[in-house]
Design a protein around this ligand. Sequence first.
Ligand SMILES: Nc1ncnc2c1ncn2[C@@H]1O[C@H](COP(=O)(O)OP(=O)(O)OP(=O)(O)O)[C@@H](O)[C@H]1O
Length: 618
Amino acid sequence: MSPSTDPASSPSPVASSAPEGGDSHEPESATMTWRRLFGLARPHWRPLALATLALVIGSGITLAYPQVGRVVVDEVLSEGASYDLSTVGGALLGLFLVQAVFFSLRYYLFTVVGDRVVADLRTSLYGAIIGREMAFFDRTRTGELTSRLASDTQLLQSVVTTNLSMALRYGVQALGGLVLLFVTNVRLSLVMIVVLPVVVGAAMVYGRRVRRLSREVQDAIADSTSLAEESIAGVRTVRSFGREAAERERYSEAIERSFSLAKSRAVLGGIFGGGVTFLAYATIAVIVWVGGHQVLSGAMSAGELTAYILYVLFVAVSLGVLSGLWTDFARALGAGERVFGLLDAATADRRREGSVAGSSSAVITRGHVQFNDVSFTYPTRRDSPVLRGVRFEVHPGQKLAIVGASGAGKSTIANLLSAFYAPDDGEVYVDGLTLEAYSEEALRDGIGMVAQEPVLFSGTVRENVRYGRPEADEGAIREALRAANALDFVEEFPEGLDTVVGERGVRLSGGQKQRVAIARALLKDPRVLILDEATSALDVESEALVQEALDRLMEGRTTLIIAHRLSTVARADQMIVLDRGVLVEAGSPAELIDKGGVYARMVQMQAIEDSVSKTTSW
Ligand SMILES: Nc1ncnc2c1ncn2[C@@H]1O[C@H](COP(=O)(O)OP(=O)(O)OP(=O)(O)O)[C@@H](O)[C@H]1O
């Protein structure tokens, strides 16, 4: 038996990080984090109580072994023995068996509860992330978030499951052993009193340093995760620019950074682990020396010294294991701080929103849209205003085309109308009420969007179409696909509506993706529709199919079209022209041509072609 000290366990693939420009949440004190973490286990107190009972019984049996040792030396191996060896052997076997049963029970219960707690934590963390305000996603990299969701919680999982169970086992063993040391021989135990504070003090200093180092390691790994995630998601671009080697290099540099930090952590762990092991063995050496003298002088029996040394070994082994676990706990603390930080920030977000978001039952029924002197700056770019005093109105059922050079602020209008961001000045009204007056649900029901590059999720066609109205029946889904000119091609797939579209819809063509997205919007049937027209040209036939589907989608709805094509603008009832965030012209397309202003010049000179996209059909 040797004290197991492996505090510098190899760096696990664990990553976590503070978000960039991040949440200003200070790390909580270590005790607060622990309390919150273990607070999550409160609902599971029953299995935990049972596990604790198993722990106490199992460890109690372990602590009885030295007494068996004493009996063997003093009463079995000595002259005039009162027990025979087979009785003692049989009793020992029985004890081992009972102990094994209780250890298994303890291990199982603690592990399952730990897994449950972390599963719940993951779910609420995901909920917190997905519910954050839009600006949060502007400043935080996806990789950092997924890394927190996967790795920080993974670290917590190992700590609150097996590590916790082991810590309790060896904790009880160390404490019980110490008590029994004193019961067996007070004088010898004074040696332990000198050693213990040294070990505890060292563990505390060491724990603090490991915690800091771990945070740095986790930050570095999160960086590399983000890098990997971005380049894997954009693998087509990486390939087409032939940047595989460069990306590999970038990733390897990031990983090396985390490795060198992990190495420092390992050095620290090695020194600490070695120190604790030495102290433990040195104590045993001193005890053998002092105790041996006591036996020789007849103050103590040989059996008592045997039992005593066994207890010292127990305590030493337990302290060794605990010192190893200490590293893991310190590392998990860093992860816990981040996870709770993110949860708290999300709560703060919601509270902020809650103070303005209406709890009213208002719903969008007509689709009357009004921007009233709206000014806006993106929170991540405070010094450059994107919209300045924009004012316009769209009557129910009308189509408004929004035109302007790239970066003029067209999509920003869509973002504000979707309530992804709130205006700095002015108000956005729908049906006479500000957006804040609607519940989140009413907003999502009433306002729909078909994006320039529609995002499909990696399920089937059916799941994607049903996304905005999960309760829709088969008939409605097919009808939406038909109206979107998508039913024919979907039915041609061998799997039909069950065809899996691939991540972000990669297994569909551009035009197909758009039509499925149109079907999705049709099924949701919002009163107000935002249409970010695709800039990339489709072939003539596909284009005509998409256009027809869009016409059906727009029918009878208030539609704001971020327009890139002359043909679309001509179809609109009204249009507005934006120039660097300022509304410079408004009216019907014909009026604006007659007026001979900015728009007329744009059309005439076809300047718009350059400003929007080379591939548009202006
Ligand atoms: N999430 C964001 N965070 C910070 N700045 C942004 C964000 N989105 C857009 N911007 C900035 O706001 C300005 C207006 O962008 P917007 O997307 O509204 O332009 P647009 O008229 O839709 O352009 P395009 O026709 O090229 O899509 C640009 O200068 C852009 O850099």
